[in-house]
Each structure stands twice: as C-alpha cells, then as structure tokens.
Design a protein around this ligand. Structure first.
Ligand code: ADP
Length: 268
C-alpha cells in the first residue's frame, strides 16, 4: 500500500499568459505507516503536491498512484480516493456548514458509508483535548484553536488510510499547536500514514520521519530526517524550517557522531 508519484509535473493556467509550473518532475513513494514531512518556502509547491494525492488536481504530466491505481485512470472513482486520502487543508474551519459539531463530525462518515461509534469520537476528542459535551454546540461559537480541532476530527472520523495535514498549525497558539502535533504523533504511532507540511519539524525528530524538501517546484532533497538535518545551514535556510535550539543541538550531535565514525574508520 502506498502513494507513488512518478515524473509528476503540474502547471497552473497552462497555455495562457499566466502559466505557472508549480511542480516540476517529482518522484516519490510514501509507504503505509510512514511519516513524511514536506518542507519548503511558501510557494515551493507543497500544497499543489498534496492536492494531487486525493484527485483534487490531476497532473498534466506524470502520474500519482494510490495503492497502485493512477488518479488518471478511468476506472477509479474519485470518491474512493477521497475516502482513502484525507486532507486537512489550511484553515479547514472555513468549510463548516452544519449547525452542531456532532453533525460536522458525522457528515463525512455518512457520506462515505463509514461506521463510527461514540467511543471513537470520544477518543479523537480526548486526543485533541476537546470536551465531549461540545458535540451539541455550534462549531461557529468556538475559539479558533477549537475550530481547528473539530475540523481535524471531521477528517479523522471517516478513517482515511492516508492522513495529510497541510500546515495544520497556521495561526494557532502554542498550546493548540502542541495538541495538534501530539495528535499527529499519536496517530503515526498507531500505524497511520501521515504526510505533514510544516515549518516546525523539531517536534518530530524522535519519530525519525522522512523528509521531502521542495524548492522552486523541484525536489531539492528527499531522504531521512538525519540526512536532512545535517545538510548545510544555507540549504536548511532554503527549506523554510524553524531551526530552534533543540533541532540545532540534535544536528550538531549527529554531525559529531558521523565525524567520530569517520575518524575511527580512518584510524583502522
Ligand atoms: P506552497 O504550498 O509550498 O506554499 P503552492 O503549491 O501553494 O506552494 O504554490 C506553488 C506555486 O503555484 C506558487 O508559485 C503559487 O503562486 C502557484 N499557485 C498555487 N495555486 C495557484 C492557482 N490556483 N493558480 C495559479 N497559481 C497557483
């Protein structure tokens, strides 16, 4: 089971004066159970790539395969892809339209014919520190952070195999950000495949994620977290990540370890 991207090129407004190549020959394989961090400055192509994973955008060149089926295939049903690949878009709370939180959360499972019981809803609410009593409230009367949490639960509720978070903590305070990141970590530990576009990567170093860095629509780096974090500072700066103290210390430790190993080999 995997999401496979082969020679993917995506161009907005193709053959018009506004033509813009947003993805240029991307190749990638995301296997079941993995955690991937997508990094890169604003405008590097992260959201465009993510939107090709559930058929929202169909590439003009190359292919995206979800569990071996191309999103371009005539046999594939877009609804099946949407069920498998759940995306939590930036500012998802702007899409609320039902009168209660309960209805918002149950809307997608009903639409996709997925069963969800009270216990599961309660589990997700606990995971995100939302009181269960909130279910009967209007989603429009919540704080910004609470709205974001409800929006996340309304994707988790239909149990997608691949869960994609596109900059899920934009505009959130520190404690909500922690809560969202802890939920993502917990979901991955439970075996869920997670793709996360973010600038806050130090939170995830202990999970040893894979990293894809996009720069100017191209793959600038693809590999392990440790390989990524030991790249030169100027490349890390180009990736738009927040290099906090914890991350910098980790980087120095890994570089030191690698040098020690190299020196030992040279001394043999
Ligand atoms: P990121 O998610 O890394 O910020 P995006 O995928 O949103 O990057 O954008 C990649 C490039 O495509 C940017 O230059 C952006 O301006 C452009 N772009 C994004 N969406 C559209 C659109 N709907 N129409 C035209 N250009 C777009």
């Amino acid at each position: 089971m995997s999401i496979k991207v082969k020679n993917l090129t995506y161009t907005y407004s193709k053959n018009t004066p506004f033509e813009k190549i947003a993805l240029n020959n991307i190749n990638l394989e995301i296997k079941s159970g993995e955690l991937w961090l997508f990094v890169g400055h604003t405008g590097s192509g992260k959201s465009t790539l993510i939107n090709t994973f559930n058929g929202l955008l169909i590439p003009q060149q190359g292919e995206v395969y979800i569990d071996e089926e191309s999103t371009k295939s005539k046999e594939i049903k877009i609804k099946d892809i949407r069920r498998k690949v759940g995306i939590i878009f930036q500012y998802p709370e702007t899409q609320f339209f039902l009168p209660t939180i309960k209805e918002e959360i149950l809307y997608a499972p009903k639409n996709f014919n997925v069963n969800i019981d009270k216990k599961e809803i309660s589990f997700y609410m606990q995971l995100l520190s939302l009181p269960y009593e909130y279910l009967e409230r209007s989603p429009f009367n919540l704080s910004g952070g609470e709205m974001r949490k409800v929006a996340i639960i309304s994707v988790l509720s239909y149990k997608p195999e691949y869960i994609i978070f596109d900059e899920p903590t934009v505009g959130l305070d520190y404690s909500t950000r922690e809560s969202v990141f802890n939920t993502i970590k917990q979901l991955n530990k439970m075996g869920k495949t997670i793709i996360l576009s973010t600038h806050w990567i130090s939170e995830f170093l202990e999970l040893k994620p894979n990293v894809l860095m996009l720069k100017d629509s191209k793959e600038a780096f693809i590999g392990s977290f440790d390989e990524f974090i030991t790249l030169d500072y100027n490349i890390l700066e180009d990736s738009g990540i927040i290099l906090d103290e914890k991350l910098d210390l980790y980087r120095k430790t890994i570089i030191h370890k690698k040098e020690n190993i190299k020196n030992k080999i040279l001394n043999i």
